[in-house]
Design a protein around this ligand. Structure first.
Ligand code: ZN
Length: 74
């Protein structure tokens, strides 16, 4: 399954950052994905394949409208 993330998406990684936060916001898209730690603001660049392995879940989407196939959850 391809990695479907966009700018400003908030993602959770399997391994927490040393600062204690495990959520990151997508700040750059390309061959490498730029992530900024929401705990301390540290930025990293990860190859798309590496991010796909470390990704636990997508917490929220940024600019892109949500496309849930079976409606909302309210
Ligand atoms: Zn951090």
């Amino acid at each position: 399954m391809p990695l479907e993330i966009g700018l400003n998406d908030v993602v959770q990684l399997r391994k927490p950052h040393p600062c204690g936060s495990d959520t990151w916001v997508v700040v750059r898209l390309g061959a490498d994905i730029g992530l900024k730690c929401l705990g301390c603001g540290h930025r990293v660049l990860l190859p798309r394949s590496t991010l796909a392995r470390r990704l636990k879940k997508i917490v929220s989407h940024g600019d892109a409208p949500p496309e849930t196939p079976h409606g909302g959850d309210n």
